[in-house]
Ligand binder design. Structure first.
Ligand SMILES: N[C@@H](CCC(=O)N[C@@H](CS)C(=O)NCC(=O)O)C(=O)O
Length: 195
Protein backbone atom coordinates (compact mmCIF):
# COMPACT_ATOMS: atom_id res chain seq x y z
CA UNK A 1 0.00 0.00 0.00
CA UNK A 2 1.10 3.57 -0.65
CA UNK A 3 1.72 5.92 2.25
CA UNK A 4 0.81 9.56 1.72
CA UNK A 5 1.88 12.40 3.97
CA UNK A 6 -0.64 15.16 3.55
CA UNK A 7 -2.63 17.97 5.11
CA UNK A 8 -6.33 17.96 4.25
CA UNK A 9 -6.45 21.78 4.31
CA UNK A 10 -4.21 21.71 1.24
CA UNK A 11 -5.68 21.47 -2.26
CA UNK A 12 -2.40 19.97 -3.47
CA UNK A 13 -2.86 17.12 -0.99
CA UNK A 14 -6.55 16.68 -1.76
CA UNK A 15 -5.68 16.05 -5.43
CA UNK A 16 -3.91 12.87 -4.30
CA UNK A 17 -6.77 11.74 -2.04
CA UNK A 18 -9.33 12.29 -4.82
CA UNK A 19 -7.38 10.45 -7.53
CA UNK A 20 -6.76 7.50 -5.22
CA UNK A 21 -10.43 7.33 -4.19
CA UNK A 22 -11.60 7.68 -7.81
CA UNK A 23 -9.36 4.82 -8.93
CA UNK A 24 -9.93 2.59 -5.89
CA UNK A 25 -6.31 2.84 -4.72
CA UNK A 26 -5.87 2.30 -0.98
CA UNK A 27 -3.74 4.87 0.83
CA UNK A 28 -2.24 4.93 4.29
CA UNK A 29 -2.81 8.66 4.90
CA UNK A 30 -0.57 10.32 7.50
CA UNK A 31 -1.93 13.73 8.38
CA UNK A 32 0.69 16.44 9.01
CA UNK A 33 -0.12 19.97 10.13
CA UNK A 34 1.87 22.38 7.98
CA UNK A 35 1.07 25.25 10.35
CA UNK A 36 2.83 23.38 13.17
CA UNK A 37 5.97 22.81 11.09
CA UNK A 38 5.37 19.07 10.90
CA UNK A 39 6.78 18.99 7.34
CA UNK A 40 10.11 20.35 8.52
CA UNK A 41 11.12 17.70 11.04
CA UNK A 42 14.32 15.70 10.39
CA UNK A 43 12.29 12.50 9.86
CA UNK A 44 10.08 14.10 7.24
CA UNK A 45 12.96 15.90 5.53
CA UNK A 46 14.63 12.50 5.11
CA UNK A 47 11.61 11.49 3.00
CA UNK A 48 11.26 14.77 1.14
CA UNK A 49 14.15 17.25 1.45
CA UNK A 50 11.81 19.94 0.09
CA UNK A 51 9.77 19.68 3.32
CA UNK A 52 6.37 19.81 1.67
CA UNK A 53 3.24 17.75 1.31
CA UNK A 54 1.91 15.82 -0.47
CA UNK A 55 4.64 13.20 -0.38
CA UNK A 56 4.00 9.65 -1.53
CA UNK A 57 6.04 6.72 -0.23
CA UNK A 58 6.02 3.37 -2.02
CA UNK A 59 6.17 0.04 -0.19
CA UNK A 60 9.83 -0.30 -1.15
CA UNK A 61 10.63 3.05 0.49
CA UNK A 62 11.04 5.20 -2.62
CA UNK A 63 9.36 8.58 -2.27
CA UNK A 64 7.77 10.98 -4.71
CA UNK A 65 6.98 14.67 -4.21
CA UNK A 66 4.97 17.27 -6.18
CA UNK A 67 1.23 16.79 -6.30
CA UNK A 68 1.01 16.68 -10.08
CA UNK A 69 3.82 14.10 -10.34
CA UNK A 70 2.06 11.98 -7.71
CA UNK A 71 -1.36 12.05 -9.35
CA UNK A 72 0.24 11.33 -12.72
CA UNK A 73 1.90 8.27 -11.22
CA UNK A 74 -1.27 7.02 -9.53
CA UNK A 75 -3.40 7.61 -12.63
CA UNK A 76 -1.06 6.03 -15.17
CA UNK A 77 -3.02 3.58 -17.35
CA UNK A 78 -6.36 4.99 -16.15
CA UNK A 79 -9.07 6.88 -18.02
CA UNK A 80 -7.90 10.08 -16.28
CA UNK A 81 -5.04 10.07 -18.81
CA UNK A 82 -6.33 9.41 -22.34
CA UNK A 83 -4.21 7.33 -24.71
CA UNK A 84 -3.94 10.06 -27.36
CA UNK A 85 -0.48 11.67 -27.31
CA UNK A 86 -1.75 15.19 -28.00
CA UNK A 87 -4.38 14.92 -25.27
CA UNK A 88 -1.64 13.79 -22.86
CA UNK A 89 0.45 16.80 -23.87
CA UNK A 90 -2.52 19.11 -23.28
CA UNK A 91 -2.97 17.61 -19.82
CA UNK A 92 0.69 18.32 -19.04
CA UNK A 93 0.22 21.86 -20.39
CA UNK A 94 -2.54 22.44 -17.83
CA UNK A 95 -0.57 20.79 -15.00
CA UNK A 96 2.49 23.00 -15.59
CA UNK A 97 0.26 26.05 -16.00
CA UNK A 98 -1.49 25.26 -12.73
CA UNK A 99 1.80 25.29 -10.84
CA UNK A 100 3.17 28.45 -12.46
CA UNK A 101 0.17 30.66 -13.26
CA UNK A 102 -2.72 29.56 -11.03
CA UNK A 103 -1.69 27.99 -7.70
CA UNK A 104 0.94 30.66 -6.83
CA UNK A 105 -1.80 33.31 -6.86
CA UNK A 106 -5.08 31.63 -5.96
CA UNK A 107 -3.77 29.13 -3.39
CA UNK A 108 -1.24 31.54 -1.93
CA UNK A 109 -3.84 34.31 -1.46
CA UNK A 110 -6.16 31.79 0.24
CA UNK A 111 -3.33 30.62 2.50
CA UNK A 112 -2.40 34.14 3.51
CA UNK A 113 -6.00 35.18 4.26
CA UNK A 114 -7.33 31.99 5.79
CA UNK A 115 -4.36 30.46 7.56
CA UNK A 116 -1.97 33.33 8.22
CA UNK A 117 -4.88 35.63 9.12
CA UNK A 118 -3.63 38.52 6.99
CA UNK A 119 -6.02 41.28 5.95
CA UNK A 120 -6.81 42.05 2.30
CA UNK A 121 -4.83 45.31 2.65
CA UNK A 122 -1.68 43.42 3.62
CA UNK A 123 -1.70 41.23 0.51
CA UNK A 124 0.30 41.85 -2.64
CA UNK A 125 -2.11 43.23 -5.32
CA UNK A 126 -0.40 40.96 -7.86
CA UNK A 127 -2.00 37.91 -6.20
CA UNK A 128 -5.49 39.24 -6.93
CA UNK A 129 -4.71 40.46 -10.46
CA UNK A 130 -2.94 37.30 -11.61
CA UNK A 131 -5.42 35.04 -9.86
CA UNK A 132 -8.26 36.67 -11.78
CA UNK A 133 -6.23 36.42 -14.99
CA UNK A 134 -5.97 32.66 -14.40
CA UNK A 135 -9.70 32.33 -13.70
CA UNK A 136 -10.52 34.34 -16.85
CA UNK A 137 -8.31 32.08 -18.95
CA UNK A 138 -10.08 29.01 -17.61
CA UNK A 139 -13.49 30.62 -18.19
CA UNK A 140 -12.54 31.12 -21.86
CA UNK A 141 -11.46 27.50 -22.25
CA UNK A 142 -14.51 26.11 -20.45
CA UNK A 143 -16.97 28.20 -22.42
CA UNK A 144 -16.05 25.95 -25.34
CA UNK A 145 -15.89 22.48 -23.81
CA UNK A 146 -17.18 20.63 -20.74
CA UNK A 147 -13.74 19.62 -19.41
CA UNK A 148 -10.28 21.11 -19.82
CA UNK A 149 -9.09 18.41 -22.23
CA UNK A 150 -11.62 16.77 -24.52
CA UNK A 151 -15.06 15.77 -23.39
CA UNK A 152 -14.19 13.65 -20.36
CA UNK A 153 -12.85 14.18 -16.86
CA UNK A 154 -9.04 14.07 -16.93
CA UNK A 155 -6.10 14.66 -14.64
CA UNK A 156 -6.08 18.30 -15.79
CA UNK A 157 -9.52 18.82 -14.23
CA UNK A 158 -8.47 17.20 -10.96
CA UNK A 159 -5.36 19.38 -10.68
CA UNK A 160 -7.15 22.61 -11.56
CA UNK A 161 -10.29 22.10 -9.54
CA UNK A 162 -8.34 21.72 -6.29
CA UNK A 163 -7.81 25.42 -5.69
CA UNK A 164 -10.38 26.81 -8.15
CA UNK A 165 -13.24 25.42 -6.04
CA UNK A 166 -11.69 27.12 -2.98
CA UNK A 167 -10.91 30.41 -4.76
CA UNK A 168 -13.66 32.24 -2.83
CA UNK A 169 -11.67 31.54 0.38
CA UNK A 170 -8.87 33.54 -1.23
CA UNK A 171 -11.20 36.47 -1.93
CA UNK A 172 -11.94 35.59 -5.57
CA UNK A 173 -15.61 36.02 -6.47
CA UNK A 174 -16.57 33.34 -9.00
CA UNK A 175 -19.89 34.95 -9.97
CA UNK A 176 -18.41 36.50 -13.17
CA UNK A 177 -17.28 33.03 -14.32
CA UNK A 178 -20.40 30.96 -15.12
CA UNK A 179 -18.65 28.33 -17.26
CA UNK A 180 -16.06 27.85 -14.52
CA UNK A 181 -18.76 27.37 -11.87
CA UNK A 182 -20.58 24.81 -14.03
CA UNK A 183 -17.28 22.98 -14.60
CA UNK A 184 -16.52 22.90 -10.85
CA UNK A 185 -19.90 21.22 -10.28
CA UNK A 186 -19.21 18.71 -13.09
CA UNK A 187 -15.76 17.83 -11.75
CA UNK A 188 -17.02 17.55 -8.16
CA UNK A 189 -19.77 15.21 -9.37
CA UNK A 190 -17.27 13.17 -11.41
CA UNK A 191 -14.99 12.79 -8.39
CA UNK A 192 -17.84 12.29 -5.93
CA UNK A 193 -16.70 15.14 -3.69
CA UNK A 194 -19.00 17.45 -1.79
CA UNK A 195 -19.94 20.72 -3.48
N1 LIG B 1 4.41 22.29 -5.91
C1 LIG B 1 4.11 21.51 -4.76
C2 LIG B 1 3.68 22.45 -3.64
C3 LIG B 1 3.65 21.74 -2.32
C4 LIG B 1 3.39 22.71 -1.19
O1 LIG B 1 3.67 23.93 -1.27
N2 LIG B 1 2.86 22.17 -0.12
C5 LIG B 1 2.54 22.98 1.02
C6 LIG B 1 1.09 22.70 1.40
S1 LIG B 1 0.01 23.15 0.06
C7 LIG B 1 3.44 22.60 2.17
O2 LIG B 1 3.78 21.46 2.35
N3 LIG B 1 3.84 23.57 2.98
C8 LIG B 1 4.59 23.31 4.16
C9 LIG B 1 5.92 23.92 4.19
O3 LIG B 1 6.31 24.58 3.20
O4 LIG B 1 6.58 23.75 5.22
C10 LIG B 1 3.02 20.48 -5.05
O5 LIG B 1 2.24 20.69 -6.00
O6 LIG B 1 2.98 19.45 -4.39
Amino acid sequence: MFTVYGDRKSGNCLKVAWVAAHLGIALDWRELDILKGETRTPDFLALNPDGRVPTLVLEDGRSLAESNAIIGYLARDSALIPADAFAQAKIRQWLFWEQYSHEPYIAVRRFQLLYLGRSEAELEPKLFERGHAALALMEGALAERPFLVGSHLSLADVALVAYTRLAHEGGFDLVPYPALRAWIARVEAGLGIAG
